[in-house]
Design a protein around this ligand. Structure first.
Ligand SMILES: Cc1cc2nc3c(=O)[nH]c(=O)nc-3n(C[C@H](O)[C@H](O)[C@H](O)COP(=O)(O)O)c2cc1C
Length: 245
């Protein structure tokens, strides 16, 4: 097992070192099955409360690709991509996802002695509605913020309870899935580039998404050509971002 894990470490190191934001892709060399498998892996990414409030739209039809690239300001990476994945955060699907979790817990875990099935069930029937059910004007969020503040005077309390906070929560989880996808694509011998330079209104309209859906990022897919990497990788020193407390 130790040897296997050492190998995993080496493989993962290689994948992380190889992944780059690729801005120019090979015109023909491409396997869409790599995307299929990578989406299956992205689907296993962790998500807040396991709510999985994400969706992945595969865009590969030439006409739709052209429009999507236009809405991404015709960046090199979108102009040469063989396929694009639009990662979408769906905070509006919270009821459906809470219900799916509830059903799963009830059917699979409820009678496990070591598992507090009941509290897990009320987590999805009581806590999730409190967190996710927000109005357009932020009244509920303001009330929840004040309540959280009062509770927080006496004991540790989650403070991120408003509608805006929930948007961040869903985008965080969607981005973890996006990163899982991108690393998997490298493991498949392919490349990607995350893109957030896009016109979200137009992209939403193109995909026929509802009002409350939010584009998390667009991910271009293909295989790199040497000019697709714009230069050596730059990172600030580790000492500027890693701290010990
Ligand atoms: C959320 C996000 C949005 C990004 N948006 C764009 C973009 O619109 N266009 C682009 O060419 N690169 C984009 N990038 C790629 C970054 O510029 C790139 O990851 C960074 O320069 C580091 O380079 P590396 O990924 O090759 O290590 C984005 C990256 C992230 C994480």
């Amino acid at each position: 097992m130790e040897n296997v894990q050492k190998n995993w470490g080496n493989c993962f190191e290689q994948i992380v070192q190889t992944r780059r934001a690729v801005r120019k892709f090979h015109p023909t060399d491409y396997d869409p099955n790599a995307v299929t498998r990578s989406l299956e892996r992205a689907h296993l990414a962790p998500s807040s409360s396991n709510m999985q409030l994400w969706e992945f739209y595969r865009v590969s039809q030439p006409e739709t690709m052209k429009l999507l690239s236009r809405f991404c300001m015709r960046q090199n990476t979108t102009e040469t991509a063989r396929e694009m994945i639009v990662v979408v955060a769906r905070p509006d699907l919270w009821r459906r996802r809470a219900q799916s979790n509830f059903n799963f817990v009830k059917e699979n875990l409820g009678d496990r002695p070591a598992f507090k099935g009941r509290s897990a069930l009320s987590y999805y029937t009581k806590l999730m509605p409190i967190l996710y059910n927000n109005d357009m004007f932020g009244f509920r969020g303001a009330i929840k913020k004040v309540v959280a503040w009062f509770i927080g005077l006496r004991r540790p309390m989650v403070r991120e309870v408003t509608g805006a906070d929930i948007r961040v929560v869903t985008h965080k989880s969607a981005a973890l899935a996006a990163q899982t996808f991108m690393l998997s694509m490298v493991a498949e011998g392919h490349d990607t580039c995350p893109v957030e330079g896009f016109d979200s209104v137009r992209v939403k309209r193109l995909l026929n998404l509802p009002r409350r859906a939010e584009i998390n990022m667009v991910i271009t897919c293909g295989k790199r050509i040497p000019e697709g990497i714009y230069g050596p990788r730059f990172r600030v020193p580790l000492s500027e971002v890693v701290f010990q407390r």
